[in-house]
Design a protein around this ligand. Structure first.
Ligand code: F6R
Length: 610
């Protein structure tokens, strides 16, 4: 949430900043701004709305200089407006800074500064830090940032990057709860909130650790701990490619990412499924400790929460250990019962979601074992966990999660069956069957993507002017209904609800009438017959039903107004296949309505505020 870029080198900074921000725009797109240092001091340009508005302004009023900082915002405090856009500057204009996160105690800080005569120009929480750094400055920028942090007793997750008019070869930064990565180039160096911003320039990176500060100059970067003691900087080479962070000929990242699902699943399975068993040795799990687990708690948000809901069914199916799923934002305040016999699994694409991170911290503090399922290597959630199963979906840039979701499902299947074997609840034969099924998934998703698009497009066209949708499913595919509804509402802005099929008769059936569409997820499995009954109940009330069923299901064909067929698979694998047409349905409905699919209104990726 909020994209940050800093540059010190020999190129025109604005070019690097705008280019970097364009790769980070998915993190926020309410407003954007840059500050560039040149002979006449720090010059700031900001614009409300998309990054392109800023780019146009910069064309009209170019800023020259080879050091700069840039930001793309997702508003937290203060409406999206030019004066609330970052960078924010100190009263005398000597300091400019950019920020990702929330300063929870900013009101106290602001009051303190105002009492000293500081005039605030914005409604943001960020601005107080610009004034504080200026106030603490006496020639050393890093010390000034450190002193400002000490004075501020910042509450909340934050990342800050600071430039000063007296320092033509230095930007300083700190990571406190929100990610920051430093890019190492030749005679130029970078700071960014995400490695994707750096890929055109360098693949050599330093991931700042929690609480660490850094000083970045043209010739290098130095890293410091929270006491300002210099510590060794670990330079890594990222294996992400620039192509992975670009659209590759697709109209939207979301569509590209939907089409990447076969390879993402394949990559997530690689090395983890052998001939007849699941091999999770890379996680270094301790079987003796796992055998003590009495309860499993799954925590996540949004789409990841829905994969965790499938995870609950999978864990109970394969391990017979009682499992609960909680929305991370609820978990923290629900007084969860946690002890050392509890295994907590945190699920997150970004690895930075503030609610999930805080819930995980709570569980760890209470002594729980912890595992994460995560897509971003080295992000905060895996760093906190005893073990991580990385989904290998590659960068997910569309705000609506797609390939991360299916790879999380695959991660859950492997983890649940692997744990099932350790605790003796899964038989070798069941594991063999599962492995066979898993291996077929990439090809089956590919087939689905190749075959069903026309039907889904037609369906999207037919129902694009409907205001409400119902999605229903049971057991493994109840979360599929929730996820299908979420995809539709977040990118098309059409209201959609996900419901357990069996619950329809307890209330929502009252909504059904001639024009009301229900998407019923009814693949082969033990709940199929019950789903068919639910569909019949809707048809009897003249409702419209789009049915997602297993290929060759004649009864579903006869009942459906639209039939979407998925390949035959094991019941526990069906959520992986059933969600794909629902992603496409949401995508084509949204594009036909002219929505900005990759950047839906009011949202941003990687939610680093609570
Ligand atoms: C919806 C979506 C969000 C995220 C949620 C959690 O399409 O992408 O609901 O799933 O914000 O994010 P992560 O998985 O990064 O923790």
């Amino acid at each position: 949430m909020c994209g940050i870029v800093g540059y010190v080198g020999y190129r025109e900074a604005t070019k690097v900043l705008i280019d970097g921000l364009s790769r980070l725009e998915y993190r926020g797109y309410d407003s954007a701004g840059v500050a560039v240092l040149n002979g006449s001091g720090l010059k700031v340009e900001r614009a409300v709305g998309r990054l392109n508005n800023l780019a146009i302004k910069l064309k009209e009023h170019p800023l020259t200089g080879t050091l700069g900082i840039g930001h793309t915002r997702w508003a937290t405090h203060g409406v999206p407006s030019e004066r609330n856009a970052h960078p924010h500057s100190s009263q005398d204009g000597s300091v400019s800074l950019i920020h990702n996160g929330i300063i929870e105690n900013y009101r106290e800080l602001k009051a303190e500064l105002q009492a000293k005569g500081v005039e605030f120009k914005s409604e943001t929480d960020t601005e107080c830090m610009a004034h504080l750094v200026a106030d603490c400055y006496s020639g050393d920028l890093l010390k000034a940032l450190h002193a400002a942090l000490t004075r501020a007793h910042l509450r909340g997750g934050n990342a800050l990057v600071v430039a000063h008019k007296n320092h033509p070869d230095q930007v300083v930064c700190v990571r406190r709860g929100s990610p920051l990565v430093i890019g190492i180039g030749k005679d130029e160096n970078f700071v960014a909130s995400d490695v994707t911003a750096l890929l055109p320039y360098t693949r050599r990176v330093i991931f700042l650790g929690e609480g660490e500060l850094a000083s970045v100059s043209r010739s290098g970067a130095k890293v410091y701990d929270e006491n300002l003691k210099e510590i060794p900087a670990h330079v890594e080479t990222t294996d992400l490619s620039i192509e992975a962070a670009e659209k590759g000929g697709f109209e939207h990242f979301m569509l590209k990412e939907i089409h990447e699902q076969p390879t993402a699943i394949e990559a997530t399975l690689r090395g983890r499924v052998a001939d007849s068993h699941i091999d999770l040795r890379e996680l270094n799990l301790d079987p003796a400790r796992l055998k003590q687990v009495k309860r499993i708690q799954l925590i996540a948000c949004g789409t990841s929460l829905y994969s965790a809901m499938v995870g609950k069914y999978l864990f109970e199916h394969f391990t017979r250990i009682p499992t609960e799923t909680s929305s991370a934002s609820e978990y923290r305040y629900a007084e969860p019962v946690i002890d050392k016999d509890c295994l907590v699994i945190a699920v997150s694409q970004s690895g930075e979601t503030a609610d999930t991170l805080e819930a995980l911290r709570l569980a760890k503090a209470a002594g729980a074992q912890s595992i994460s399922i995560c897509n971003v290597m080295g992000s905060s959630i895996p760093r906190l966990c005893d073990a991580t199963l990385y989904t290998r979906a590659g960068p997910e840039i569309g705000v609506a999660s797609t390939k991360a979701y299916v790879t999380q499902l695959v991660g859950f299947i492997m983890l649940a069956a692997g744990l099932g074997r350790i605790v003796g609840a899964t038989t070798e034969a069941a594991e063999r069957t599962l492995v066979n099924g898993l291996k077929q998934l990439p090809e089956q998703v590919k087939k689905l993507l190749d075959s069903d698009i026309v039907g889904v497009k037609r369906c999207a066209k037919r129902y694009q002017s409907v205001f409400n949708f119902m999605y229903i499913g049971r057991h493994f595919n109840f979360p599929t209904a929730l996820e299908g509804a979420l995809k539709l509402k977040e990118i098309s802005y059409i209201h959609a609800e996900g419901y357990a099929g069996g619950e329809m008769k307890h209330g929502p059936l009252a909504l059904v009438e001639g024009t009301f569409p229900t998407i019923a997820i009814a693949p082969k499995g033990k709940t199929r017959e019950k789903m068919i009954s639910n569909i019949q109940e809707i048809k009897a009330r003249k409702g419209v039903v789009v049915v997602v069923a297993t290929e060759g299901d004649q009864e579903a064909r006869e009942l459906a107004d639209y039939l979407i067929e998925i390949p035959e698979c094991l019941e526990e694998l069906s959520p992986v296949l059933a969600v794909v047409p629902l992603q496409l349905l949401a995508y084509y409905t949204a594009t036909q309505l002219g929505r900005d699919v990759d950047k839906p209104r009011n949202l941003a990726k990687s939610v680093t505020v609570e």
